[in-house]
Design a protein around this ligand. Sequence first.
Ligand code: GSH
Length: 213
Amino acid sequence: MLKLYHCPNARSMRSLWLLYELNIEFELIEMPFDQKYTRSPKYLSIHPLGRVPCLVHDDVTLYESGAICQYLCEVFDKEDKLGRSLMHKEHTEWLQWLHYAETIAVHGASLVQQNIIIAEELRSPVVIKLESRRLEKALEVLDNHLNGRDYLLKSGFSAVDTSVGYSIHMGSMFVKISAFKNVENYYHKLINREAFKRSLPKDVNDPLAKIEV
Ligand SMILES: N[C@@H](CCC(=O)N[C@@H](CS)C(=O)NCC(=O)O)C(=O)O
């Protein structure tokens, strides 16, 4: 049994996108991004912080999107089509980008808090400016890396493109990615993938969206 707990547009989109890229069967538990669901006693008994993503595979429970990415590749991608296992020459580079995805995403998450979640009177223009600048810096490094490359790794598309791709997707709500031409071209390649499109939010009122926590 393979199950993914997911909220639309949240970091769990990384795991969902990757599951679609891997083309394996799984059960999707989609919840609205609402503490009524994410902090329900039932969900807290699965993920003690009540966040997403959370992946349950038989007796394994994982709740870090980076770990989920690595685990899914190790278990379901023995031929290293999307993963780059220990002996692969791109393994260390793959790992670096897997975690760099969070270096970008933490600033996006902070900007979600500042611009959307917290009450207007509690928002800080200084924090917004600082986090936007740090996000841009992280994108600048990525832009330099992508010079002359189609994807993060020379060998082509891999699972770490879903991790970093989601971070750009999130960051693009707050900074202009058109300022980073290589990032912009890369992002457009990623968002045209069928698996990415399938991971985009559906209407949570959709009767197919399964809510059971
Ligand atoms: N480092 C974790 C971060 C998980 C995380 O913070 N997820 C956010 C959504 S992007 C969440 O569930 N927030 C809900 C909350 O904090 O209540 C990962 O990459 O999985």
